[in-house]
Write a protein that binds this ligand. Structure first.
Ligand code: PAF
Length: 285
């Protein structure tokens, strides 16, 4: 597996694949890889001749310096996992390589970036769209894979690719779950044993909403069903439940008249050191 730390190196590798008539899939990551990332790699490998992965902890999508500093960096383990999964080349740039001195260009999906999670994390989706644009321009892959778990991020990237006519196909991979339904996340290891067990409530709440939807319930009924399910778990604190139109993320009400996405945030543990888990489910798609 080729490891490139500069733009010229990864471009040369991709150019060689293309010269050999091979197509290229891309998986962008911030490292600290887990099975969810590896599902993206497996999907890319199944579909394309060559797979490039990127590892870059992108400073512009973090709200504060402490968060950025605390973000886990596990490069050696990440490279072992990527190599075992058959990735052909990994791009691991420095901050200076990605954001050269004087860098001032941003990419922003004005509406999608500034609603829902974008309201509590101002600038986050602008940072994501900007760095993903840079990575797409650097690697020039044919297709890229993103997880459905980060549902708003996925919609931002889809919209950006459509609006800017980027020549890349975006694929979504369903959320990978533990046997008991908990969505895989690098945050799960921070849960106490009791909270880990209690955290299955996110999945149960989304299932309950899906069952209600199948029975013709309104959006308000679904929201109440989710609140009741989370409320019945004393260790869980419901932070947000957003039920929105699946593509535009616009708020919806009453009986659904198109595909919906439910985005759920629930906190566990002491408020000063709480672990915030998110999960999502599409309905009617
Ligand atoms: O989902 C992530 O890991 C990041 O937001 C991404 C897409 C790699 C951009 O930094």
């Amino acid at each position: 597996m080729l490891v490139c730390r500069d733009i010229a190196g990864i471009r040369a590798a991709v150019a060689a694949y293309r010269a050999a008539g091979e197509d290229v899939g891309l998986v962008t990551t911030m490292g600290a890889l887990h099975a969810g990332h590896m599902a993206l790699v497996a999907a890319a490998k199944a579909a394309r001749d060559r797979v490039v992965a990127t590892i870059f902890v992108n400073p512009t999508q973090f709200g504060n310096a402490v968060d950025l500093e605390k973000y886990p960096r596990t490069e050696a383990a990440d490279l072992t996992m990527l190599e075992a999964a058959g990735v052909d080349a990994v791009f691991i740039p420095s901050v200076e390589e990605m954001y050269p001195p004087g860098d001032e260009t941003i990419v922003e999906t004005i509406k999608l970036a500034n609603m829902l999670h974008g309201v509590v994390r101002p600038g986050h989706f602008r940072g994501v769209a900007t760095v993903v644009t840079k990575l797409f321009n650097i690697v020039q892959a044919d297709a890229a894979w993103f997880g459905e778990k980060d549902y708003q991020q996925l919609q931002v990237i889809r919209r950006m690719v459509r609006d800017l006519h980027m020549p890349i196909t975006i694929h979504a991979v369903p959320t990978l779950r533990e046997a008991d339904g908990l969505a895989m996340s690098s945050r799960n290891v921070r849960l106490s044993a009791e909270d880990r067990q209690a955290a299955t409530v996110l999945h149960r709440a989304l299932e309950r909403a899906a069952t209600l939807a199948a029975g013709g319930a309104t959006v308000e009924d679904m929201r109440a069903g989710i609140a009741a399910e989370i409320g019945a778990e004393p260790r869980a604190r419901l932070k947000a439940v957003d039920i929105v139109a699946a593509d535009t993320l616009a708020p919806v009400a009453g009986p659904p008249d198109g595909p919906l996405a439910i985005m759920l945030s629930v906190a566990f543990g002491p408020p000063a050191a709480e672990v915030l888990l998110i999960d999502q489910r599409e309905i009617g798609k």
